[in-house]
Design a protein around this ligand. Structure first.
Ligand code: NAD
Ligand code: MG
Length: 392
């Protein structure tokens, strides 16, 4: 029996993880579930799964939940201290890091420092603090397993022991990261200025939370994933090729020196990479429909048009500048996406705002957490100021 904590249990990844755990109650028990404020959804999850602990980040939501589940043995904790407790508790074997954005960094690091098996969905935490994140993984011998479908695919295509090891030392020539291109891949570039949050969140192949849906539409998601892959597989961005693949069936590939290209294929359903990481090195049923290649019939690959997706170049610049620039990129993007979702800025203002924040920020080494958090806070403040003053 493995005891599992799910950080961000009420979100899209959290729900997919719970779906798998519900199918394998003989293998997994739930130690803790966490959420920001959705206490009604959490109440439902508590009744269904009876975890030992629940953490609500917002104090009011914790109060509501406490009253609503007074008849259950589940204990309700609050805030960052609660998150750190359930991420690092001695009884816990597996921590699923599925909080969205920089808010996931501290609890994910707590799980790593406790040497857990950490299933990483929260790519933002690795992007903003990559060097120290991977140092902590090594120092505390945590077992980091990627849940992001592309990185889980690459992990499956690499020789065993791939995480944190320089992939090029295993005969790898390059990593091929695939992406669907999002909902606007066929829309006229001039039209992009006027697209709405609803259209941006309506992804053709994947059903995801709002932030990553907008990131997919701008392809900042692929930019963040390029940086994520650099850290996970110890490669440089020049070792990674990004290809648009509209069917989202090939989740990524590894190209070897001998000419072999190994790919991982499957239906676009996050339960596959989550199940893979939960049970690795075993394989368990995930509930995902078997892939019908006859029905798919065609697999297309093209290059991403950088004029359509300026966020790709911004991510490359951030990796190139290094250090705290990646925390700046991530923070500016989080603010830009939130402002777009609130209809305060247009879709194409997202890359313009990020670019401006990167241009105006002084960046430097990111070798401790304090430096990363300070860069994050400064970039957020600057992005908010630029939006408020209309300068973007
Ligand atoms: P989501 O918005 O559906 O869920 C986010 C979860 O985090 C919720 O449980 C929410 O309560 C919690 N949360 C939000 N803000 C918080 C805060 N400030 N403090 C504490 N908890 C907070 O997001 P999602 O789509 O499930 O994505 C989660 C992470 O997984 C993201 O980093 C995303 O990039 C990554 N990811 C998601 C998918 C996907 O298919 N959804 C695929 C790959 C990677
Ligand atoms: Mg992905």
């Amino acid at each position: 029996m493995r005891q599992v904590t799910i950080l961000g249990a009420t979100g899209s990844i959290g729900q997919s993880t719970l779906d798998i755990i519900a199918r394998h109650r003989d293998r997994f028990t739930l130690y803790a579930l966490t959420a920001n404020s959705s206490h009604v959804k959490m109440q439902q999850l508590c009744r269904q799964f009876e975890p030992r602990f629940v953490v609500m980040s917002e104090a009011d939501s914790a109060e509501h939940l406490r009253a609503a589940i007074a008849d259950l043995p589940t204990e309700v904790l609050v805030g960052e201290a609660g998150l750190a407790q359930v991420a690092a508790a001695g009884e816990v074997d597996v921590v699923v890091a599925a909080i969205v954005g920089a808010a996931g960094l501290i609890p994910t690091l707590a799980a790593i420092r406790a040497g857990k098996r950490v299933l990483l969905a929260n790519k933002e935490s690795l992007v903003m603090a990559g060097a120290l994140f991977m140092d902590e993984v090594r120092l505390h011998q945590a077992e980091l397993l990627p849940v992001d479908s592309e990185h889980n695919a690459i992990f499956q295509c690499l020789p065993p022991g791939g995480i944190g090891q320089p992939a090029l030392e295993s005969g790898v020539a390059k990593i091929i990261l695939t992406g669907s291109g999002g909902p606007f891949r066929d829309v006229d570039i001039e039209q992009l200025e006027n697209v709405t949050p609803e259209q941006a969140c309506d992804h053709p192949n994947w059903d995801m939370g709002p932030k990553i849906s907008v990131d997919s539409a701008t392809m900042m998601n692929k930019g963040l994933e390029m940086i994520e892959a650099c850290w996970l597989f110890a490669v440089d961005q020049s070792d990674i090729e990004i290809l648009l693949h509209r069917q989202s069936i090939v989740h990524s590939m590894v190209s070897y020196l001998d000419g072999s290209v190994i790919a991982q294929l499957g239906n676009p359903d996050m339960r596959t990479p989550i199940a893979n990481a939960l049970s690795w090195p075993e394989r368990i049923d995930s509930g995902v429909e078997p892939l019908n290649l006859l029905q798919v019939s065609q697999l297309d690959f093209t290059l991403a048009d950088e004029a359509r997706y300026p966020c790709l170049a911004l991510a490359r610049t951030a990796w190139h500048r290094g250090g705290t620039c990646m925390a700046v990129l991530n923070a500016a993007n989080e603010v830009a996406v939130e402002q777009f979702l609130q209809r305060n800025i247009s879709f194409m203002e997202i890359p313009r705002l990020i670019s401006k924040v990167m241009e105006l920020s002084s960046t430097g080494p990111a070798d401790n957490l304090d430096l990363v958090l300070r860069a994050d806070a400064a970039a957020r403040a600057m992005a908010h100021e630029l939006v408020a003053s209309g300068a973007r």
